[in-house]
Ligand binder design. Structure first.
Ligand SMILES: Nc1ncnc2c1ncn2[C@@H]1O[C@H](COP(=O)(O)OP(=O)(O)OP(=O)(O)O)[C@@H](O)[C@H]1O
Length: 956
């Protein structure tokens, strides 16, 4: 196997001073290594108390000669009943699985120089007796009868672990040539497929639970080859028969030792694995806890057996291969694997997966202290311990190889790379029934998250114990050795006490651990569950026997080997396992449920889904909040626009007020001009002359005009114009024209005023009216501009702020603006009407002026004699001219009077005592109201009309 764990070649052990702590021997029992004890047990047809075990069954291994089997008949009978009982759960087999042994060879050890050639132990048993030890006769969880169904086609799993198709047909062994029967045996644990005699039931009922439990413990011994010794001529005191699972020693305290398996020096790791761990691994995958550990002297091959080499992988890599083979062959379940790796060094637990690699002594000082805790569901466990989830064999092997690198090793006298700590690999297997992917029910279950079953959790513990070394030279090695020895001694003590306790009570061990010193060492504490019967157990004891003269044949070495063998025998007799399939944990409640990762992941997935949904809901909620925010922004925008609009409206209002005031002012000007210049009452304005100062300002422009007063120039001015129709140029009946005193005339007004009949004032009025006209035209243009601007502002605001003109607050505002615009338009129309009036007045004035000019020209051409006549006759030309002039003025007055009369009739002009007032458009006032009569321009601001009137009056 290419992914085998790295293991540098080690120097062959040659020393002989290895030592294991002496095992505590139960007082009530003889040593299991004693042949007599063995024979005694067998003769009673009871489950052997010793570690001696039977040869392979001929029924399942055709290659094995039937003659080598010597099992008691009663065992075979009881086996048949066990198959039936397996239905009820407890499966008890006292035998060990024996896969086909095509390559099995009988060990033919040379005769010991100390004894005869015939194996003594074999003499005491007949083939018939051996037949009783057939593993098929007593089905157990760890023999072939306990195996599951045959799976011929490996399907790709779609579960948590996806394993590629196996490169070869063999799923369990690293060696293609080695065929395993692991997947072809019937599973008595789940279905009665055991064939047997009809009397098996009654026989099985007689079995005790004690003997049943023993079937779940396998004890094997492996003999390491001695490189320095001649394998063909080993020490004659030892005899190893792997076919008979026998080790016989003929020396002092010698005897025959039967175990479940005895592996000779030539047996390879694959064979060892197949016999000691293959079925156990399978059971672990089915939900049982399983423990495999190697025990033995230093340098005897514990690590070699557990880890193996690149060319000969050991138990751990082969177990990993089988684990994934099982997953691949079981598509109906989904699996999750997590692995941890710890070591107990000098009675301290270290996490090998959290340590820096290097394997130096001293470890990682920063690592948190790992303690052992006990839980009713988990049993004894180390915490905090790093667990890595693995999804492929390669990944798992890499994780373990990493831990191996961190493991403490040191060179000892017997091992160049001796493990100085107990190393524990724990593979936790979680599995559950896979949800049906097809069909509506399965789909519904998946969607609803309803789980079809619970999660099964089981643990496979693979332990490589440290070997003791008594003759360590360095202080450090001695200290390590002391700790190692202490823990191994405690282990031996626990097992010895278990054996003693079982003898007394006949029960399957002290599960409470009240009377057993599990707590005396970390190792026994950690192994408590396995030793007290909760786990399937397989113990591999390694020994080394050497040829005579070799270090391995030294006396103390032999003593340690015997101690190992005693330990193995006692373990087989003492440890009673009632391993049951782990309960399936349902749901995530409780501590037990919480540590079920598979379930936890399911829950996490469900939680994540829920979070996603919540997130989605929040997102939709945030969309709503976005809408709200948009609405708020829109409201803010509207409010801002409203405020802006109100400000603009206020500005417009102010402007309108200013305009109104200005219009009123202009109205007053116009009316004053008319009322003063064209006095409806026919009286001359009482306003005398005053300096004309007009200041019209709008939009910052100032126009000023000054008309020079000629006060006193026209002393004959008539006091009043009696004509009701004329206020201009009417000369009093007795009035004389007062000519200028020759100081010259100031401009046109003077020349006009020279007429002394009021015509001079017409020019002044004309000028004043023209100036007024220009002012008003400009003012009207300004008003128009302003209105246009207001309209644009209003329309743009309406179009920007509100797309629906008929909605919202702008509706009322629009009406307001429209009303303002309407007012403005009316004012403009009114102003235009007034302008028309003025134009007509101007036309009349011009006409009057022309008449006057004509009269003047005629008067100038008359002879002085004629001109001396102060009283013109009615028939003279001058009289005619005067008459025409008078007619022209009368005509003009009539026109003006008609205009005023029109205004009065339409209600736009009110005649008062002191003049006429033009009312605002649409306002009609009773001519008798005092308000109209009292209307007059403000005194503080003489109007243009007033000034014009004053000028005209002065000229009269
Ligand atoms: N069955 C075997 N076949 C060939 N070589 C073996 C066998 N068993 C052990 N060895 C060799 O013997 C040496 C020591 O073996 P190993 O390290 O496994 O002993 P150990 O029991 O683990 O010792 P320690 O307790 O000191 O760690 C190694 O070099 C190993 O390769």
């Amino acid at each position: 196997m290419a992914t085998a764990l790295p293991r540098p070649p080690r120097a062959s052990t040659s020393g002989s001073n290895m030592a294991l702590p002496s095992l505590t021997v139960p007082k009530t029992r003889k040593s299991t290594g004693n042949f007599s004890s063995l024979e005694s047990t067998k003769s009673n047809h009871q489950t052997p108390k010793s570690g001696l075990r039977r040869a392979p069954s001929a029924a399942t291994d055709p290659a094995t000669p039937a003659s080598t089997l010597a099992l008691p008949q009663s065992r075979a009978v009881s086996t048949l009943s066990a198959g039936a009982k397996a239905l009820n759960k407890k499966i008890s087999i006292g035998s060990f699985p024996q896969p086909p042994r095509g390559d099995m060879r009988s060990i033919s050890m040379p005769a010991s120089p100390l004894g005869n050639d015939k194996p003594r132990s074999r003499k005491s048993k007949t083939p018939k007796d051996l037949a009783h030890l057939s593993y098929m006769s007593t089905p157990s969880l760890l023999n072939g009868s306990g195996e599951g169904k045959s799976i011929n086609s490996a399907r790709m799993s779609d579960g948590l672990i996806s394993v590629s198709s196996p490169p070869h047909s063999r799923s369990s062994s690293a060696q293609d040539s080695y065929s395993t029967s692991a997947t072809t045996y019937e599973d008595s644990a789940e279905g009665p497929t055991q064939k047997g005699d009809s009397n098996s039931a009654s026989s099985s009922e007689k079995r005790s639970s004690h003997s049943e439990g023993k079937g779940n413990v396998i004890v094997s011994v492996r003999v390491r080859p001695d490189a320095n010794a001649d394998q063909t001529n080993p020490d004659g005191e030892w005899m190893v028969d792997s076919r008979k699972s026998l080790i016989a020693y003929r020396g002092k305290e010698g005897g025959d030792h039967y175990y479940d398996n005895v592996f000779a020096t030539h047996d390879n790791n694959a064979r060892v694995y197949d016999h000691i761990a293959k079925r156990l691994v399978r059971r672990v995958m089915e939900g049982y806890h399983g423990t495999v550990f190697a025990y033995g002297m230093t340098g005897t091959g514990k690590t070699f057996s557990m880890q193996g080499t690149a060319t000969s992988p050991g138990v751990i890599p082969l177990a990993i291969t089988d684990i994934f083979s099982y997953i691949r062959e079981t598509p109906s379940r989904e699996f999750l694997l997590r692995v941890s790796y710890l070591e107990i060094y000098n009675e301290r637990i270290h996490d090998l997966l959290s340590m820096a690699t290097g394997g130096s002594i001293g470890g990682n000082p920063q690592q948190e202290e790992i303690k052992l805790r006990e839980d009713s569901k988990r049993g004894v466990y180390a915490t905090p311990l790093k667990e890595e989830i693995v999804q492929s064999p390669t990944q798992l092997l890499r994780v373990i190889a990493r831990g191996d690198q961190a493991r403490r090793t040191a060179s000892t006298q017997f091992n160049a790379r001796s493990s100085r700590s107990h190393a524990v690999v724990q593979i936790v297997v979680e599995s559950r029934e896979r949800m049906s992917s097809g069909g509506a029910a399965g789909w519904d279950a998946k969607r609803s998250g309803i789980l079809p079953g619970g999660v099964r959790v089981s643990t496979l513990s693979l332990i490589d114990l440290a070997g003791s070394e008594k003759a360590a030279e360095s202080k450090e090695r001695r200290q390590e050795g002391a700790h190692i020895n202490k823990s191994l001694l405690t282990l031996g003590t626990v097992i010895a006490k278990l054996s003693e306790w079982n003898d007394k009570e006949g029960k399957a061990g002290d599960k409470e651990g009240k009377h057993l010193p599990y707590r005396d060492s970390k190792l026994t504490r950690l192994l408590q569950g396995a030793l007290s019967g909760n786990s399937l157990v397989s113990i591999l004891c390694t020994i080394q026997i050497g040829a005579a003269g070799s270090p391995a044949s030294a006396s103390h070495h032999t003593g340690e080997t015997l101690n190992t063998l005693k330990f193995a025998s006692r373990a087989k007799n003492s440890i009673v396992s009632h391993a049951k399939r782990a309960e399936e944990a349902l749901g995530g409640g409780g501590d037990g449920g919480a540590r079920v990762l598979l379930e936890r992941y399911r829950m996490e997935i469900a939680e994540l889904k829920q979070q996603l949904e919540t997130q989605a809901r929040k997102n939709s909620g945030s969309e709503n909040s976005d809408k709200e925010r948009d609405e708020q922004l829109e409201k803010a925008r509207v409010q801002e626009a409203t405020e802006r609009h109100e400000e603009q409206m206020l500005e417009m209002q102010l402007a309108r007020t200013a305009l109104k005031e200005r219009i009123e002012h202009l109205n007053r000007l116009i009316l004053s001009s008319k009322s003063l210049g064209v006095n409806s009452s026919g009286t001359t304005s009482s306003l005398s002359h005053y300096a004309r100062f007009s200041q019209l300002s709008f939009n910052g422009s100032v126009r000023s005009s000054i008309a020079t007063s000629n006060g006193g120039r026209y002393p004959e001015r008539t006091s009043s114009l009696t004509s009701a129709s004329s206020t201009v140029g009417r000369r009093s009946s007795g009035g004389q024209r007062i000519m200028s005193d020759g100081d010259g005339r100031d401009g046109e007004e003077d020349s006009v005023g020279e007429l002394g009949d009021g015509t001079a004032s017409l020019t002044a009025q004309n000028r004043a009216l023209q100036a007024d006209l220009a002012d008003k035209t400009r003012y009207i243009a300004t008003l128009e501009k302003r209105l246009l601007h207001a309209r644009r502002a209003s329309s743009s605001r309406t179009s920007v702020g509100f797309t629906a003109p008929n909605k919202g607050i702008m509706v009322g505002e629009d009406h307001s603006v429209a009303a303002v615009l309407k007012d403005k338009d009316a004012e403009i129309a009114d102003l235009r009407a007034r302008l028309d009036d003025k134009d007509r007045m101007l036309a009349a004035l011009r006409s009057a002026a022309r008449t006057r000019d004509t009269a003047d020209a005629v008067e100038t051409r008359l002879p002085l004699s004629l001109s001396d006549s102060r009283v013109p006759s009615a028939t003279s030309p001058m009289a005619a001219q005067s008459k025409r002039r008078t007619q022209s003025v009368d005509e003009m007055n009539r026109m003006l009077e008609e205009m005023i009369q029109d205004g009065v009739e339409t209600g736009h002009i009110i005649r008062g005592v002191r003049g006429s007032v033009r009312l605002p458009l649409g306002q009609k006032v009773d001519t008798h109201t005092s308000s109209a009569r009292d209307c007059e321009p403000p005194r503080g601001s003489p109007t243009t009309a007033q000034r014009t009137q004053a000028t005209a009056t002065e000229g009269v």
